[in-house]
Design a protein around this ligand. Structure first.
Ligand SMILES: [Zn+2]
Length: 375
């Protein structure tokens, strides 16, 4: 029997769809209490967060994860109940198995195993969990970070358990993430009859040239660690539905996933200067989805790479692609942030699954990391 798999299964059986934690953090708190952790339950709005620490002095290493999961989608499309962890060969199937209850289980069992062999610490261990990573993320890790700053608490090294592996645990780790910024642009025309275009102002026609220019926009990455930043238009709407009416407005949504080399201000300026050049009347609303980050100090990255090599014999690839993660809230405090978790091929999908061997491997790699950093 494997206690990492058992704990993962117990967590999967709790129906913790964002922002409901459904008792996951209580279960984790009981395990950490037994190990002597000081556990704090921090509830902001309808979001449960947990912050637990062990140790008195020295650098603080923290595991960061989430207990919430995305909705199941059509339940009849699943081969088994998404909230009953089901064995299928070498897989465990269930919502949250890979993203990221499996890693959360491995956090806890690795700490238990580590403390069994190394009862005295040279640093401190922290565990930070939220039930709002998959949702708006306003009452989750960003609020906990504010609370920790008020207390004068700083995480030196942060390991995020998001699923990062392509084929096998440790083949890919993330050392940064791109930022995300989106905009809604409303182009103002004048509605009229198609037979009298001189008495109307067609926003579709007006916007055809700027649209072509916008779709070509990209910004070069200077760090050498990210892809170039590219603009993508995700929605474009105009027209009244009638074929004889020139519409009065055109609306479009765009998003840019950007490297730390390109600021939101730069993106905004470049987009708006293209539209303004055509003397078009428009309104724009901008929204920052997440700031980019890149870990440049090497202590945590090296320790994670060495731990993977020792346990699995793999040379990890350092990547920065994919969506945003809660690492974006920790990195600005000056901590080193690295993400390492199981395979990500099935996350958010029907029949989400995790390889059992991935969880066993994570337990060993996390334990080796603790030995390197706080013993
Ligand atoms: Zn996740």
């Amino acid at each position: 029997m494997s206690k990492t798999i058992d704990l993962a299964k117990e967590l999967i059986s709790k129906k913790s769809i964002t922002p409901d934690d459904a008792g996951c953090q209580q279960l984790i708190a009981e395990r950490l209490n037994k190990l002597g952790f000081k556990v704090e339950h921090l509830r902001y709005g309808n979001v449960d967060n947990l912050w637990a620490t062990l140790g008195v002095s020295g650098p603080l290493f923290a595991f960061l994860g989430h207990t919430d999961v995305v909705p199941t989608g059509p339940i009849e499309d699943w081969d088994s109940d998404p909230f009953i962890a089901t064995d299928k060969g070498n897989l465990i199937v269930g919502r949250g198995s890979a993203d990221m209850k499996g890693s959360v289980a491995a956090f806890i069992t690795s700490i238990e195993d580590f403390l069994g062999d190394h009862p005295s610490l040279t640093g401190r261990i922290g565990v930070l969990l939220t039930s709002d990573e998959e949702g708006p993320a306003v009452n989750g890790v960003c609020k906990v970070v504010e609370y920790l700053e008020q207390k004068g608490e700083k995480i030196d090294w942060c390991l995020v358990g998001e699923p990062t592996a392509d084929n096998k645990v440790g083949d890919v780790i993330k050392i940064g993430r791109r930022g995300s910024v989106s905009a809604k642009i409303i182009v103002k025309g004048t509605q009229g009859h198609v037979a009298y275009p001189d008495k109307a102002n067609n926003p579709i026609h007006m916007f055809s040239l700027p649209l072509a220019e916008l779709s070509e926009l990209s910004w070069e990455d200077q760090t050498g660690k990210f892809q170039d930043s590219v603009l993508q238009i995700s929605n474009l709407n105009s027209g009244t539905g009638a074929t004889n009416v020139i519409p009065g407005e055109l609306e479009l949504d765009l998003n840019v996933r950007h490297s730390p080399s390109t600021s939101v201000e730069q993106i905004k300026q470049d987009v708006e200067s293209i539209i303004s050049k055509y003397e078009i009347e428009y309104e724009s609303t901008w929204k920052i989805g997440g700031k980019p980050f890149l870990t440049t100090q090497e202590v945590l990255i090296q320790a994670v790479k060495d731990s993977i090599k020792e346990v699995s014999g793999i040379d990890a690839l350092c990547s920065t692609d994919g969506g945003t993660s809660d690492g974006r809230f920790i990195a600005p405090t000056g901590s080193e942030v690295v993400e390492l978790g199981p395979g990500n091929a099935s996350i958010h999908k029907i029949n989400e699954s995790v390889k059992k061997e991935d969880l066993e491997e994570l337990n060993k790699i996390y334990k080796t990391l603790l030995i390197k950093l706080v013993s």
